[in-house]
Design a protein around this ligand. Structure first.
Ligand code: PHB
Length: 381
């Protein structure tokens, strides 16, 4: 004990809740600090195939209680950003095996995030230069798609509204992607229901003005998201499937007349499904670094959804610990800190300072700003 300087650190007791193991469905987590999904646009080209560089990046971060991977697009129409990895070709599945093996070798857990971007895309990324697809032909206000290193981000166009008969086909694409994730060796999957992408577009009244069974009433707007979850649970079982939502987010032009009512109805159904977890983007996201938590809505979610609640969005370690202690959350996921600190968990444990994040190397490129952020022992070497 005497030699263990960190035990003398007064913050240790305050941070202890973060280091209690947790049983998440079928998966045992070593700590409560999760790595949230982060688009980094560094899949191998051509083919958007995960490769050794991505495996190293995730392996470096394997001390997270659970890694939730960057979004992997489930079909050619589900892609919204250049160089993002897919999970619909055989080569992509083979590539992901390198990632899961590397993380498991390091003793970590990793789930795959299944992503369909809907209207947040661009013809230059889609088959035959087609328009992006969406619940309704409504352009996302302020929506942008990263189309190449050279051209950067460009506005997303007006999408094409999906025909009713096409919607079950997308559910089947999610099912197939979930099967592919299993073949690739993941510990489960997360459905991307946040940040203005396809599932969020169905949930939100502002982007879903359909008049069929998938739009209009709250019960209709939650239908497609629930069908996706049911299909994926068929493949994985409820203990290995979660969803990420952003009920108060405005990113990618999302608006809802009454998010409280929408998400109350949705959370009730998620409890019925007995889903493994709900990950909630609680902040405004990207546009705003300042956490802005709508406590009434978040409290309702915590109460309505009876399984694991993962909080996300601008938390410091001490806030995260307090959030767990007070019972508002079971686990906390972190994005930016995990980009610039591969050993974020160790740094929190030892109360070490954090590496600064380089915003210029977030999307695309190579190892620079991806796998070259130093861990503590490298920094001191
Ligand atoms: C982004 O690349 O801006 C991005 C991707 C996925 C998200 C949010 C933001 O969920």
């Amino acid at each position: 004990m005497k030699n263990d300087l960190s035990s003398l650190n007064p913050t240790n007791a305050e941070l202890a809740p973060l280091f209690e193991p947790y049983k998440l469905g079928d998966i045992t987590l070593r700590n409560r600090l999760l790595m949230s999904p982060l688009t980094r646009s560094r899949a191998q080209q051509p083919g958007d195939i995960p490769f050794e560089l991505n495996a190293l990046y995730y392996q470096q971060r394997a001390s997270a209680g659970l890694i939730i991977s960057e979004g992997a697009y489930i079909s050619p129409f589900g892609k919204g950003y250049a160089y993002t990895p897919g999970i619909h070709t055989e080569a992509q599945v083979e590539g992901w095996k390198k990632v899961t093996q590397a993380v498991h070798q390091a003793g970590g857990n990793i789930q795959l995030q299944l992503w369909h971007v809907g209207r947040i895309s661009h013809p230059s990324l889609l088959p035959n230069g087609a328009a992006p697809i969406a619940p309704s032909a409504l352009q996302a206000e302020g929506g942008t798609s990263f189309i190449s290193m050279e051209e950067g981000r460009v506005p997303t166009p007006t999408p094409r509204s999906l025909e009713s008969h096409e919607i079950p086909l997308i559910v089947e694409e999610f099912r197939q992607a979930a099967k592919n994730a299993k073949i690739a060796g993941f510990d489960g999957v997360q459905i991307h229901g946040a940040n203005g992408y396809l599932i969020n577009q169905f949930l939100a009244s502002g982007s879903n003005q359909r008049t069929d069974a998938y739009g209009g009433s709250v019960q209709n707007r939650i239908r497609f998201p629930l069908q996706v979850l049911e299909a994926v649970i068929d493949v994985w079982g409820k203990n290995r499937v979660g969803i990420r939502i952003s009920p108060t987010g405005t990113y990618n032009g999302i608006t809802d007349d009454d998010p409280y009512t929408t998400y109350k109805a949705f959370a009730k159904e998620l409890t019925q499904l007995d889903l493994s977890y709900l990950e909630v983007v609680e902040s405004l996201f990207l546009n705003n670094n300042t956490p802005h938590r709508e406590e009434a809505l978040l409290g309702m979610l915590r109460e309505t959804f009876t399984s694991t609640y993962i909080a996300n969005g601008g938390y410091t370690a001490i806030e995260a610990s307090n959030r767990i202690k007070s019972g508002h959350a079971d686990l906390i996921s972190f994005g930016r800190p995990f980009i610039s600190n591969p050993d974020f968990v160790q740094r929190v444990r030892s109360n070490a300072s954090l590496n600064e994040l380089d915003m210029n190397t977030l999307y695309g490129g190579d190892a620079k700003g991806y796998t070259d952020y130093p861990a503590l022992e490298q920094a001191f070497a």
